[in-house]
Design a protein around this ligand. Structure first.
Ligand code: PEP
Ligand code: MN
Length: 344
């Protein structure tokens, strides 16, 4: 349930509503907007009728049910978009500018990562990605360098100033990765690892939550709800393609889901055209399309020599290709032939 306070509600009236929500057996979550304050009552087992009755309390405009099963993630609870800040340099995801996160699928060596980090920085990327713990389909494939990779990522951040995002696969690694990384990625395969989500809800780092390859938008947003309801509201959603009957691309990049997630939720959304398509040649076009549908950022894989990459080579851009993609992102979209249509 949501208690919409009137625009003239006093602090005392807001405090009273918070208190009553607790007494009714729910957790109160307050969102202070520019015009008015919303107090959400979330949780299970509370007494709904006591919240409904608050519609006549002083300072309350109205009380409405939250239509979606994801409560804190919903736009209804927070109509204005959330901005997530990453790293000491406070890169803003969800603000006016689109953020570009780039780097290799896996950290393979110090030379490979430092070269990539410097090159993507020069080309305009604002964050660095790189896998230390890799979720691989086969146990015989490269599994990542683990803590050695984390140390290299830290060195790359010191060298370039780019905040670092890396995947966490297990609750056991959370504390260690928090020491090294600025943002923790929950990989697609772990989107519904609820023990991991519950643990990450307690950390003081932002989370990049990838959509599972077979997850609906509702399941994805409910996974984010685990993080917010557990106390971490620094969450960025990431669409990375889903499984469909199509085999021409590695996954099917669901750009409608980017627009839908933005509509349903206040959380920032980034798009991953590397995993979404699996093809170097499509990264530029799909990145531009993602931005056109409202993505707050893109995350792309870049490798100094994709043919030698230990993971995801076919979808990794080399450095000149990444530079071209970056230039393409800055080009305006084609004009639409629409006589008489004045955009102003
Ligand atoms: C990755 O980012 O390299 C990765 C493994 O992504 P996903 O979880 O989306 O497959
Ligand atoms: Mn990858």
């Amino acid at each position: 349930m949501i208690v919409n306070m009137s625009d003239s509600a006093t602090e005392q009236q807001i405090d009273h509503i918070i208190q009553r929500i607790r007494e009714a057996g729910f957790q109160p979550h307050v969102t202070r907007g520019t015009e008015r304050t919303i107090v959400a009552a979330v949780g299970s087992g509370g007494r709904r009728h006591e919240i409904e009755a608050l519609s006549v309390a002083p300072g309350v405009d109205n009380v409405v049910a939250i239509a979606q099963p994801f409560k804190l993630v919903s736009r209804q609870t927070r109509p204005q978009p959330s901005v997530v800040e990453v790293g000491d340099v406070k890169i803003k995801i969800g603000g006016p500018e689109v953020v570009v996160i780039a780097g290799p699928c896996s950290v393979e060596s110090r030379e490979q990562l430092l070269e990539t980090a410097q090159a993507v920085k020069r080309a305009g990327a604002t964050m660095l990605r790189g896998g230390a713990y890799k979720p691989r389909t086969s146990p015989y494939e490269f599994q990542g360098l683990g803590v050695e990779a984390l140390k290299i990522l830290r060195e790359a951040r010191e060298l370039t100033g780019l905040p670092v995002v890396t995947e966490v696969m297990s609750t056991e690694d959370v504390d260690l990765i928090c020491e090294y990384a600025d943002m923790l990625q929950v990989g697609a395969r772990n989107m519904q690892n609820f023990a991991l989500l519950r643990r990450l809800a307690t950390v003081k780092k932002p989370i990049l939550l990838k959509r599972g390859p077979s997850a609906t938008v509702k399941e994805w947003l409910l996974a984010a709800e685990y993080l917010l309801s557990g106390g971490n509201n620094q969450v960025v959603l990431c669409e990375r393609g889903i499984k469909t009957f199509e085999t021409a691309t590695r996954n099917t990049m669901d750009l409608a889901a980017v627009a839908l997630a933005k509509e349903l939720s206040h959380l920032p959304v980034v798009a991953d055209p590397s995993h979404g398509t699996g093809k170097q040649s499509l990264i530029g076009a799909v990145s531009r399309a993602a931005i056109a549908v409202g993505a707050d950022g893109i995350i792309v894989e870049v490798h100094p020599c994709p043919e030698r990459a230990l993971s995801d080579g076919p979808q990794s851009l080399d450095i000149p290709q990444f530079e071209r993609v970056m230039r393409g992102l800055c080009e305006p979209l084609r004009p639409v032939l629409a006589p008489g249509c004045d955009p102003a």
